[in-house]
Design a protein around this ligand. Sequence first.
Ligand code: GAL
Length: 685
Amino acid sequence: MKSSKQTVIFHGGDYNPDQWLGYPDVLSEDFVLMKSANINAVSVGIFAWAALEPEEGNFQFSWLDDVFDRAEKSKIRVILATPSGGKPNWLALKYPEVRRVGRDGLREPQQRRHNHCLTSPVYRSKVREINTRLAQRYGDRPALALWHVSNEYLGYCYCDLCLAAFQNWLKERYQTLDRLNDAYWSRFWSHTFTEWEQIRTIDDSIHGLGLDWKRFMTAQCADFLRAEAIPLREHSPGIPVTTNFHPIDDYDYFRVAEEIDVVSWDSYPEWHAHPDPLDESDIAVETAFRLDVCRGMKSGKPFLLMECTPSQVNWRQVSPLRRPGMLRLSSLQAVAHGSDAVCYFQIRKGRGGSEKFHGAVIDHAGHANTRTFREVAALGATLGRMPDVTGTRVPAKVALVFDWENLWAINASQSPQNAHKEYRETCLHHYREFWRRGIAVDIVNARGGLDGYDLVVAPMLHLLPDGLPERLEAFVDGGGTLVATYQTGYVNETDLCFTGGAPGPLRRLLGIRVEEFDALPDSVRRSVVPRPSAGHGLSGVYEARHFFDIVHCEGAEPLAEYGSDFYAGSPALTVNTCGRGRAYYISSRNDDRFQGDFFGYLAGALHLPRVIPAPLPPGVTAHLREGGGERFLFLLNFTHRDAAVSIPPGAWREIDSGALVEDEVRLDPLGSKVFRSSRHPESWK
Ligand code: GAL
């Protein structure tokens, strides 16, 4: 069995020699150019099915053999893809069932990609066959580093095969239609199901059904992925399996991630699009959050940045070039959050097709003398100086709960506040407070473990899955601090409201009940006023918007109250002591100043470890990875201004210059620096 231990940070990306088969000189140049760009890994074959099997049963591997030969000669690792993300014409036309059916019941024509049916037995068997051949042929090649299964699984199919599989999945879950009808409250509008076969439409008015459909499609994706991986695992034991995720909400990625060995992520933040031309912080926070979700999917294990653009994309209305420094900054951001790779889409820009103007390491000009190429090469050199970052962890004492099922339930619900539900934005609004203080946060889902954390922040936990209330109680009883907010504890797993009202089974833990909530337009604000003895860093009058719970304390102590409207005086922030810990409830969507004061207080009171003890300049962040006796410190400046940061004593050596750094570090606009230390400063203990 080959060793799967990764010993360098992968630096490379999607490479499509299958598009250049008539250009032998290009192939030779590519490997020379890749070496000079300090590239050490290529992802190959992602959309190469038509090149691998131009006709049914006619397999052509010589071009791929050649790629492996060249890669091995050049000491470049191969991340070999299975080609299921794009189906060849012969397959799609001969076997129509492999093409998806839309919600309107119409089967799609053969076009584009990422649109195969996840249930089709024909597609599954064709995929199994090509995957088996790839695994048999390349499973032992020394260059093979990783299996890249398919590409960005996404979307739903409503064909008869999928609907029948859904009905079976429901039968297994509910056993009887009575149970299903009860779980769905389907007497509503007379939609009681009397035969399983009646479940053919994903009716938006039955929320439990909509949730189950997304759960089923998640399960179907996981099952398809598992089936894809069977021959890979069989013929190349020890080679890890991944699939590249990207920002969609079609599936619960935490669940799909159970099928792979390592998570990988395609990241395309909209840098340089913010109205403030001097500050990229908003995009940086969002990107940081998504990267932490990737780390969270495997409980803190490093992940791989599988794609990002080295310069610009071509699928937004407007796609600015990455400014000088941004390639390095955003790549090191990924590494700082736990990535063991910086890979691009794409190594060489194709001559045709819809991505011919998408950024690439090697442009149509075909040489190394471009700004992008130079930046890629320089970054590759930096990454090459810190191979032992691979495998190190991001230590975190804060967990933020982000959950796809909760997102689906919130988005599907028809609520008094439909215009500004903003679940993800609310998670970011809370996350940001830690990001800007250099406090690491793990993202966990509603089923994730809470052991080892000092603080759990759980914004808008509208849907409470079975078991979560008990786990939150145990966490607080054991000395943890929980922060919950408005829109918590409304529905159970099948989207039925809790009798007894919100916050449902969290009522005892939070020591409150919510009588009703006011929903107001975005233009309207209400005030939140701390009680005189509130403490908690609160001062002055805060502004709140969108959601205003009218709360009654049942054991909790009010710390702040509303200052306006008919609910003036009712609790806007409460704390309840339970066992050895405390549970806070925030009743309204509060302004940035409240977030800063309250979470700043908690950070201090709970002694949450900060990478840099002193306050960081706005837009500058600090991150730590540690393991094997080494610590790596990342300082990242997401502004277009100079910045200075005082780092704690600790014998820090800058990775690039090798210099020992004493006190102050200066960062250029969009500057990024990495340091290494083998010493453990007192301030982190
Ligand atoms: C990704 C996809 C790549 C390429 C890239 C362009 O989502 O996986 O194949 O299309 O976008 O930005």
